[in-house]
Design a binder for this molecule. Structure first.
Ligand code: MV4
Length: 459
């Protein structure tokens, strides 16, 4: 097992990884920007290295400085957390070639799944259901028209190097399509340096359901159930839960085993997430995330398994500490992401210094956060203040517990999404589990709170 791990991240996820390390008796090294010198991840770590100025490009995204910090401190492995360099195959490759352990999937798995069109092809070949559409990238307008006619309109054009909602365009008919392909290609070229796009049938109101996977280097792959992540705004998830209420009977088993089959086909190791769109009784692979995700605690609360510890031990060459048959799913968990954003100003980030802060506690409540009274939320990084995760024996208990926990929350000094989250959880449509990726489009938020708007207004 590693004796010392460098955590190439900041904020709550850096604390999360260090907590796992310390429980395993592993020493930790923090890296930080100049702005983060007073951050908790620096204090939690046994050692800390300043790697540069505040802009991420000069610190948390600087491959060389992070690898140098690992060498200077004799760290044996690097955990990248989420965001930043976590899905950068070049970084993973550089880490490995410097003789440092990489706590994540192989660089080649990161690279292959990073190309969304290739990932989809590989999953189709593995027998995982995929959304009907082009085989790989479409090269010209003629091919685009042929595919669209075959699957039927509307279609969606996606950047092969995109993902997470960036670089997508919907075409309603033939007239739309040529233009949409041109724009999508130009956007993809400028955003990702790769103009390749692929086409698929556009599903009007699917659910976003993802499967948590874990693989070791001895060929074992297990799933840890699914998470329902449909409640999101501009591709930023706001609320996640497990299990997904829409997966009844055989459907859940089919979805989970398809995900395991897909991961086996690429010999996946470490923690990963397979994202699916679910519509009625159908599910389709969408993309795979080759990192630990923000919402992983939801899975930890229903399974009692520590995903970060498993990532570390499989990176050290050990077998997973449990098999599929050992995984028991107990109750229901819900996560709310509390952001320093102003819902009344289109969720504009609100950096600033936190005054009095009280985060909730009590039975079944987990809070993952890096903030404290007097902490300043920097405009350079994401605006998440805390993740509140509540567990209950039933969805109803988890939901009531979350409403109670959000009532306890006090974060003075900055605007936050707490009231917005509470309003969503109080909605009958949320409470009945009537969710889709369009859920929030049906509502308007203003000073009087959350109101259902007519479908005509929602467009
Ligand atoms: C789709 C779709 C409907 N049909 N693909 C958005 C994120 C990116 N990973 C893919 N996304 C979508 N792909 C087809 N064929 C709808 C979305 C989508 C979405 C997906 C998951 C979560 C939230 C979403 C919000 C809007 C659109």
């Amino acid at each position: 097992m590693f004796k010392k791990i460098l955590v190439a991240n900041r904020g709550e996820i850096a604390l999360r990884v260090m907590r796992a390390c310390h429980e395993l008796g592993i020493q930790t090294v923090a890296v930080h920007s100049e702005a983060d010198v007073d951050s908790l991840h620096v204090r939690f770590a046994d050692e800390a290295v300043c790697i540069g100025p505040n802009p991420p490009n000069q610190s948390y995204l600087n491959l060389n400085r992070i690898i140098s910090a690992a060498e200077i401190t004799s760290a044996e492995a690097i955990h990248p957390g989420y965001g930043f360099l976590s899905e950068n195959a070049e970084f993973a490759e550089a880490v490995v070639s410097c003789g440092i352990g990489w706590i994540g999937p192989s660089p080649s798995a990161i690279e292959r799944m990073g190309n969304k069109s290739l990932a989809k092809d590989m999953m189709r070949q593995a027998g995982v259901p995929v959304i009907p559409g082009s085989d790989g990238a479409v090269s010209d307008e003629k091919e685009a028209l042929r595919v669209a006619a075959e699957v039927g309109y509307p279609v969606i054009i996606k950047a092969a190097s995109g993902g997470g909602g960036r670089g997508m365009r919907v075409a309603r008919d033939e007239q739309d399509l040529a233009n949409a392909v041109l724009i999508a290609r130009a956007e993809a070229e400028s955003a990702f340096g790769d103009p390749s796009v692929y086409i698929e049938k556009y599903l009007p109101a699917p659910r976003h359901v993802e499967v948590q996977l874990l693989g070791d280097s001895h060929g074992t792959i297990v799933h840890l159930g699914e998470r329902e992540c449909s409640v999101q705004r501009r591709h930023q998830k706001l609320i996640e839960e497990s299990p997904c209420v829409a997966l009844t009977g055989q459907l859940r088993e089919k979805l989970l085993s398809a995900a395991v089959k897909g991961a086996q086909a690429i010999n996946y190791t470490s923690a990963g997430t397979m994202e699916f769109l679910v519509q009625g009784e159908e599910f389709y692979f969408m993309e795979m995330n080759t990192r630990i995700q923000v919402e992983h605690p939801v899975t930890e609360m229903v399974t009692g398994r520590d995903l970060i510890k498993e990532m570390i031990s499989v990176a050290a060459g050990q077998s997973l500490s449990f098999g599929q048959k050992d995984v028991r799913f107990v109750g229901h968990a819900i996560e709310c992401r509390i952001n320093a954003e102003d819902p009344e100003r289109d969720f504009m980030p609100c950096p600033g210094t936190i005054g009095f802060v009280h985060l909730p506690g009590g039975m079944g409540v987990r809070v993952d956060s890096h903030v404290y009274q007097g902490y300043t939320i920097s405009p350079f990084y994401d605006s998440m203040i805390a993740k509140v995760i509540c567990h209950g024996l039933s969805r109803d208990e988890a939901l009531r517990r979350m409403l109670r926990a959000l009532d306890e929350c006090v974060v003075d000094g900055v605007k936050s999404t707490i009231d917005f989250q509470r309003a969503i959880l109080s909605e009958p449509r949320f409470q009945s589990g009537d969710l889709s990726t369009r859920f929030l489009q049906g509502y308007r938020w203003d000073e009087s709170g959350l109101t259902l708007q007519s479908l005509v207004e929602a467009g």
